[in-house]
Design a protein around this ligand. Structure first.
Ligand SMILES: [Zn+2]
Length: 388
């Protein structure tokens, strides 16, 4: 097998590597190629598997490396019918029991992945660490995306790179948001741009470091640990949190074109010329850092604008959550508890518009859905609960 050349995979290859450790705890689960045009994670995962085997590395806990969209990986496309990272909703999962003949390519992939996750959670004792490897269309330093739970923040702090919070408010049905709802740690890692060789290096260093920090592998057993550490330090980034402050959303028929050359996290000024859409110049409505500028055909968002989150806010939110004073949120007029779900608050959008959204964020709630003219805010910190 040539390095960084993709062989074709079948559904039988979905579990790329399965390793059982001496203590069987914790369990690290790595997803690679959830988007079929993002191969860096697959190459990185393959390197990790080869090294574990060549060196006969003894893990303490378990490691499972799972391929995402095999059909799309083989075709070199992001997805065929539907984005495999936008269909992880309970209502979708409920339909997976049906006949495969009724399903499109991605639903079949989802069903396989769901069954694997369910088996791992049922048979292993955890704690569980879910890692999802991606790359971006724009050039980028590596970064992490998480749902804003304190356990996710803590694990992210092992990596000296930017962490973007709350992207799930803008995406419908990503895999890791779904997994987070059962209380498990789940980090998305974006290793760099799709075709850059350094994205493979970054993804590999991320997997090794995650194995060590999850205590699945002893640092002293990994002879080149310092090399992976250096990969991160050489990026010259900091462990810093960012929040999404603006999204430029696209309609299906839009003729959108980003001005060339923007890199993720590049500073932009208010009024800066960023893109054209349907022949109209698009200027930045505010200053900040540009995020996920769209340089590929498929996508619902032209770009986002980020703002750095202050240490004060981060600390205040830890205190607010640890004091468990979130019950008081229900006292705000227009806010009530969802009778069916302890973690959900149902909010009148008029309240949310004026003041509530930043308060909900502080307490670790993120807006998830809009139903019956009400916003649903879902708490990201939660106890481990039984998987479906
Ligand atoms: Zn992706």
């Amino acid at each position: 097998m040539e390095p960084n050349k993709m062989e074709s995979f079948t559904r039988e290859n979905r579990i790329l590597g399965n390793f059982y450790g001496t203590k069987n705890s914790p369990t690290v689960i790595v997803f690679a190629g959830i988007h079929g045009n993002e191969k860096a994670g697959v190459f990185a995962a393959r390197n990790v598997i080869a090294k574990i085997r060549e060196r006969n590395l003894k893990l303490r806990g378990n490691l499972h490396i799972i391929l995402g969209n095999i059909n799309a990986l083989n075709k070199g496309i992001r997805f065929e019918h539907v984005d495999l990272n936008r269909i992880w909703r309970n209502r979708n999962i409920g339909q997976l029991g049906g006949d495969d003949k009724e399903f499109n390519a991605e639903i079949i992939e989802q069903k396989d992945i769901f069954v694997i996750i369910k088996n791992i959670l049922a048979h292993e004792k955890g704690p569980f660490y879910f890692l999802d490897l991606h790359t971006t269309s724009a050039s980028s330093v590596p970064f992490i995306t998480i749902s804003d739970s304190l356990n996710n923040r803590k694990f992210s702090s092992n990596f000296p790179i930017p962490v973007v919070l709350g992207i799930e408010e803008y995406l419908d049905g990503p895999l890791l948001t779904f997994i987070n709802e059962y209380g498990h740690i789940a980090l998305g890692f974006e290793g760099g741009s799709h075709e850059s060789p350094s994205s493979v290096v970054n993804c590999e260093a991320f997997i090794w470091k995650a194995l060590v920090h999850a205590k699945c592998l002893k640092k002293s057993h990994l002879s080149d640990y310092q090399e992976y550490q250096k990969t991160f330090l050489d990026l010259g980034c900091e462990y810093q949190f960012f929040a999404i402050k603006y999204r430029y959303e696209l309609d299906q028929d839009d003729d959108f074109s980003m001005r060339p050359g923007f890199e993720n996290f590049e500073s932009i000024d208010k009024g800066e010329y960023l893109a054209t859409n349907n022949g109209v110049e698009i200027n930045a409505p505010r200053g900040g850092k540009i995020f996920m500028p769209l340089y590929q055909e498929l996508g619902e968002d032209g770009f986002f604008i980020l703002q750095k989150i202050s240490k004060f806010w981060l600390n205040a939110s830890i205190v607010a959550r640890k004091l468990k004073i979130n019950q008081f949120l229900r006292l705000i007029p227009g806010v009530k508890k969802d009778p069916e779900n302890n973690y959900t608050l149902i909010v009148n959008p008029k309240v949310a518009r004026f003041m509530a959204t930043p308060i909900f964020h502080l307490f670790g709630y993120r807006q998830q859905i809009y139903k019956d003219n009400k916003l649903h805010f879902i708490k990201r910190d939660r106890k481990i609960s039984e998987f479906l």
